[in-house]
Design a binder for this molecule. Structure first.
Ligand code: NIG
Ligand code: FE
Length: 449
């Protein structure tokens, strides 16, 4: 053999060894996991679902998920993936269902205090808006929240996120709005940043300084609106850029409602927020129809939420604008009202429908996206499959995260649930108990074995 030929053989040998080692490393990579032996793996494919597409599910009997680090590598049958990844760390789903982690796109997570007294007043016939006008409601929570330290806010919010996580919520939007002054609003946003650092649930922040008119501006809504536009929003942007460098700006949300921020004031605040580059959300039509949903569509908000008193015209505007309509069925339920979001009309208009908890101390203190699915099937008349899609992929769109979370597809974040039941429809059929056995967040399994 000539010298040059010998080199060629050696070189080939070296390359082959190198490839083998890489394969070996890949197979033995300890961050590789395989969740297998499910009764069914249930997901949506191909992004958010509008109109009658809602609830088109991909169901893989005996499905499995291969996870590399924080991401999904592959979804398939257990047979195929066990053969393909024989050396991955294996997690047996024990013939229970696997679904995507729930996304809760509307919560008022950070607050102090408790309004059980107001609940009793409501039972005696006082309305939510009457209690608010008499200085209770949001104002009562603002007083308690202004007095609370950062540590207290973090501790109380953490208790709620821990419960939500155990009930399957892997990503949650979280609003400020119980400070109404700069200092307390920033403390609420700081609590959100602190909880994010702790891991587990992932929070998506929203600044909601326009949640109510504070005592300092009582009777002067135009003055407070001006202060929000000229002082609070620019200061919030500054605060955010220095406290959360590199992170996306929070959403800005406004409570557009009669006797709170009416259409013209809401328009001013949305315009100021948009000019500063904030992504937008809106509370509209919770108690009265002011046309807020159309306004949200005009501004290209990511979502408009509540939507109980919404007109057909508003519904069409939202659908045309690709705005996600977020229904909060816990709120009419919590207020013992009989009217819910006209979900069938939203679907008929080819709109995007999502559901959320609205977790807050006034109208609905509940952390469970499972319970929201149970309510959505009963009062919004969704099928269990539609409720699941509304709680996952469409909810992800409502917070502009649908390309990274909300479904089980290769390349997406590994956020998924192993249920304690073998049929996903139990999530709607049953209620009030937890049907999540294990939560997998960014590839980590909780509770750990
Ligand atoms: O979304 N409507 C405004 N905000 C909350 C209630 C806040 C409260 O009562 O503390 C909601 O229902
Ligand atoms: Fe709300």
């Amino acid at each position: 053999m000539r010298e040059s030929q010998r080199y060629e053989v050696m070189e080939r040998h070296l390359i082959e060894t190198f490839i083998k080692e890489i394969r070996w490393l890949f197979r033995y990579n300890r961050s590789m996991k395989l969740i297998y032996n499910s009764s069914e793996l249930v997901t949506t494919l191909g992004g958010p679902q509008r109109g009658h597409q809602l609830g088109a599910l991909e169901i893989i009997p005996n499905g499995a998920v291969a996870i590399q680090g924080e991401s999904i590598l592959e979804v398939g049958t257990s047979e195929t993936l066990l053969e393909k990844y024989p050396n991955a760390e294996k997690i047996d789903a024990k013939q229970k269902a696997i679904v995507p982690g729930f996304v809760d796109p509307h919560t008022h997570l950070v607050w102090a205090g408790n309004r059980a007294n107001e609940y009793e007043m409501r039972l005696q016939g006082k309305s939510y808006m009457e209690i608010m006008a008499a200085g209770g409601g949001i104002a009562a929570t603002v007083n308690a929240t202004r007095k609370a330290s950062l540590d207290e806010l973090v501790a109380q919010a953490m208790e709620r996120t821990t419960r939500a996580f155990a009930y399957g919520t892997t990503t949650m939007e979280a609003k400020s709005g119980y400070g109404l002054d700069l200092e307390t609003e920033f403390r609420q946003l700081e609590a959100v940043l602190e909880i994010n650092k702790a891991g587990l649930i992932e929070l998506v922040p929203t600044y909601m300084g326009a949640h109510a008119i504070p005592a300092e501006f009582k009777g002067d809504t135009p003055g407070f609106t001006r202060w929000l536009c000229e002082v609070a929003l620019p200061e919030t942007k500054k605060w955010w850029l220095s406290h959360a460098p590199g992170q996306d700006l929070p959403f800005v949300d406004v409570f557009c409602e009669k006797d709170v921020f009416e259409i013209e004031e809401t328009r001013e605040i949305l315009q100021a927020a948009k000019d500063l580059g904030f992504p937008l959300k809106l509370h509209a039509d919770e108690f009265e129809n002011l046309g807020g949903a159309s306004l949200g569509a005009e501004f290209g908000a990511a979502s408009v939420d509540h939507l109980v008193k919404t007109s057909l015209k508003d519904i069409e505007k939202m659908a045309q604008g690709d705005i996600v309509a977020v229904s909060l069925p816990g709120t009419p339920f919590g207020l013992a009202q009989s009217e819910y979001t006209p979900a069938r009309e939203i679907i008929e208009a080819n709109g995007y429908l999502a559901i959320a908890t609205d977790l807050n101390p006034g109208t609905t203190w509940n952390e469970s996206m499972q319970f929201m699915q149970a309510l959505a099937t009963r009062y919004l008349k969704l099928t269990p499959g539609q409720a699941l899609a509304a709680a996952t992929i469409n909810a992800a769109k409502a917070i502009l995260r649908d390309t990274t979370i909300g479904s089980l597809e290769a390349g997406k974040q590994a956020d998924l649930l192993i249920l304690s039941v073998n049929d996903y429809r139990n999530l709607s059929y049953r209620y009030g108990t937890n049907m999540v056995a294990k939560v997998i967040k960014k590839g980590q399994v909780y509770p750990q074995a």
